[in-house]
Write a protein that binds this ligand. Structure first.
Ligand code: DHB
Ligand code: MG
Length: 223
């Protein structure tokens, strides 16, 4: 099996179960036209986020890393008319593109885009988030996980993207800051008593990668 075969099978599964969608296609077109990096979640993963929101009954969702709003739209559709997605984007240009695409998708009233670095914006947020999707600069993963726990509650679902990195995560001597940040995030999910987690590798449209799935648990002795 080759990366091309994974990608072909991923396209097949997306065609089979995820389907065509004008608003999502337009969001991707807009982000491509603006030259944003093509690192949004795969269609099957966007649908997974949508399903996780629905399965968990999440009404308040926090996203760290909006990019062009593709994953944001997937989750905003799932929170229901009274639900809200707060999404943090460091780049004002990206946030503008996301704003237009999210509004065009008809879920604008559910989505609050906060422009700024996560480390600056997160301390300003009011907690109570039921699901947190972390998909921003990997170097800050432990900061984001800490805030996900603080702004969540026991039962809050956390999805941490990009924990496979073509298998490079096993390299304890890596000098790649993204891999280091990913490894530190995984270590925190293991060692910090606020989390219980697993991780799955993925192959497909985005090559070989993966995501961690965690739940915030009641941890004794925390304030
Ligand atoms: C990168 C970031 C992502 O969020 C992703 O899904 C893929 C790649 C990156 O920064 O390399
Ligand atoms: Mg990602």
């Amino acid at each position: 099996p080759t990366p091309a075969a994974w990608s072909h099978a991923d396209d097949f599964l997306a065609d089979m179960l995820v389907g065509d969608d004008d608003a999502l296609a337009a969001a991707l077109d807009a982000q491509r036209a603006a030259g944003l990096p093509e690192i949004e979640v795969a269609p099957v993963a966007g649908k997974l986020l949508n399903l996780l929101v629905r399965i968990s009954g999440a009404r308040r969702v926090l996203e760290i890393g909006t990019l062009g709003g593709y994953s944001t739209i997937w989750m905003a559709r799932a929170v229901g008319p009274e639900g809200r997605v707060v999404t943090i984007e460091a780049e004002a240009v990206n946030a503008g593109i996301a704003r237009a695409s999210i509004d065009a998708a008809g879920v604008g009233e559910r989505v609050d885009i906060r422009v700024g670095r996560g480390a600056d914006v997160l301390p300003t947020l009011v907690g109570g988030f039921d699901l947190v999707f972390i998909d921003a600069d990997k170097e800050s993963n432990t900061i984001y996980l800490d805030w996900a726990a603080k702004l969540g509650h026991p039962g809050t679902v956390i999805v941490l993207d990009n924990v496979g990195r073509e298998g490079e995560i096993v390299d304890e001597h890596t000098t790649d800051p993204k891999v280091i940040g990913t490894r530190e995030g995984l270590r925190m999910l293991r060692e910090d008593p606020r989390f219980d987690a697993t991780a799955l590798q993925t192959v497909g449209a985005k090559g070989w990668d993966g995501f961690a799935l965690a739940v915030v648990v009641e941890a004794a002795g925390l304030d």
